[in-house]
Design a protein around this ligand. Structure first.
Ligand code: OOG
Ligand code: NI
Length: 275
């Protein structure tokens, strides 16, 4: 598959679950803005059948190379980011995985039951990262997972997909700073993730980021339907290093707060505050 094809399919899946991202993208384009995608992010588990290497494979085959590694001790996550050397406008890929051996037996049992249900062809022939959820879910297990790990419960419900795309603020023509982007979005009633402040990171770290809170989508648990935060949109402003090139990495402390964009309690808090 061509790189642009894969990214287009990921975008189509993502915007189906994230109408606000599609809406914001459309507003920017209507204003004549240039919307460049800085990066996309994918989540998974470190089970060898679906781990970072498995998810990264289609990107590696397209010519992406592994760059940074990031650790999130509290969340029990590891992440790698990948860059495409031949095209500086190609989005970076950020892939994280939950370190299952650091989690409870109960969580490990639920997740191995989930991974057992993935048909073989989904990870070999087809692109796993386009498959969404490939297992049955129950609200009972969802709640058990959520008590221990928001990340695990999110993966349990949504499976394999891009959980966000990212507008490169540097590419915008009229909105110059991340503050301006945030003010613009808030004036249009989009809700931002305020964990650790609306803007994560500083110019001296060469990266500032903000994000919407995830859109809630109806999820079927048997007969029951619950609204669960799905995916979100991110905005990143990068600063030049001494050599004049924009910093291309990520900042673990900021990423830690960006992950919260799908946190059920945070999303509920922000939605209730704004009503
Ligand atoms: C990834 C969060 C981290 C960033 O840009 O720092 C991130 C996620 O929510 O899966 O995307
Ligand atoms: Ni991101």
């Amino acid at each position: 598959m061509e790189k642009d094809n894969l990214l287009k399919l990921l975008w189509d899946n993502y915007t189906q679950m994230t109408p606000s991202a599609k809406h914001i993208h459309q507003i920017f384009e209507e204003q004549g803005e240039q919307v460049l995608n800085d990066h996309i992010a994918l989540r998974t588990f470190n089970d060898p059948r679906v781990n970072i290497e498995v998810i990264a494979k289609p990107f590696i085959e397209l010519g992406y190379v592994e760059k940074g590694e990031y650790e999130f001790k509290e969340k029990k996550l590891l992440a790698h980011h990948y860059e495409f050397p031949d095209d500086e406008n190609a989005p970076k890929i950020f892939i994280s995985e939950l370190l299952l051996e650091k989690c409870s037996e109960e969580l490990q049992e639920i997740i191995s039951g989930v991974i057992d249900q993935i048909p073989d062809h989904a990870s070999t022939k087809d692109n796993l990262l386009l498959q969404g959820r490939l297992w049955d879910i129950s609200f009972h297990d969802y709640e058990i997972l959520r008590k221990e790990s928001e990340y695990a419960s999110w993966m349990y419900v949504f499976g394999f997909c891009a959980n966000h795309f990212t507008v490169l603020v540097n590419g915008l023509k009229t909105l110059k700073s991340l503050e301006e982007v945030n003010d613009f979005l808030k004036a249009k009633n989009f809700k931002l993730n305020d964990a650790g402040g609306e803007i994560k990171g500083t110019p001296s770290q060469f990266l500032e980021q903000s994000s919407t809170i995830a859109d809630q989508v109806p999820v079927h648990f048997g007969q029951d339907i619950k609204n669960i935060p799905s995916c979100y949109y991110e905005f990143a402003r990068r600063y030049p290093l001494a050599d004049g090139n924009l910093y291309q990495g990520f900042i673990a402390a900021s990423a830690d707060k960006i992950f919260e964009s799908t946190n059920v309690s945070l999303v509920e808090k922000i939605l209730s505050k704004n009503q």
